[in-house]
Design a protein around this ligand. Sequence first.
Ligand SMILES: CC(C)(COP(=O)(O)OP(=O)(O)OC[C@H]1O[C@@H](n2cnc3c(N)ncnc32)[C@H](O)[C@@H]1OP(=O)(O)O)[C@@H](O)C(=O)NCCC(=O)NCCS
Length: 121
Amino acid sequence: MRSQLHPATQPCPDRPHWAPRWIVEDGRILGAFALRHNYDDLFGWIGYGVRPSARRRGVATWALGQVLKEARDALGLDRALVICAKDNIASARTIERCGGVLEGVRATRLGPQRRYWIHLT
Ligand SMILES: CC(C)(COP(=O)(O)OP(=O)(O)OC[C@H]1O[C@@H](n2cnc3c(N)ncnc32)[C@H](O)[C@@H]1OP(=O)(O)O)[C@@H](O)C(=O)NCCC(=O)NCCS
C-alpha cells in the first residue's frame, strides 16, 4: 500500500488548504486522506475515508499513521486534534488505535463530535 499525492496541492490563499492523498494498492484507489494546513476547531487537522470494499483491513489505521507522520515532519506539530462524529464507531476506533485520547464530546453545528488528541513523538 502506498500514498500518492493528489494534483490539487497548491495552497489557495482565501480558503483552508488540505493536502489530499490517495491510498493506492496495485494501481487501485482504496481511499483518501488529507492533512489540513491550518488549525480548524470544527474539523481538526485530518480527514480520511476508505471505500466500502476495502474497509476493516487496517487501511484507515495505516493512512492515519501516515498523515500523523506528515503532520509532525512537514508541519512540525507535536500533537494533532482529530475529530469524528460521536456515533462513528469505525472512525473512533481508528483514532484510538493510533493513540487518540478523548478530550470529550462537543455539540457542534454538525452534531455531537468526539474530539481526540494524538501526541506525535
Ligand atoms: C472510518 C473508516 C475510514 C475506517 O476505515 P477502515 O479501513 O475500515 O478502518 P480499519 O480497518 O483501519 O479499522 C480500524 C478500527 O476500527 C474498527 N472498525 C472498522 N470498521 C468498523 C465498524 N463498521 N464497526 C466497528 N468497528 C469498526 C476496526 O475493527 C479497527 O479496530 P480494532 O483494531 O480494535 O478491531 C471507514 O469506515 C470509512 O471510510 N467510513 C466513512 C468515512 C468516514 O467516516 N471517515 C472518517 C470521518 S471522521
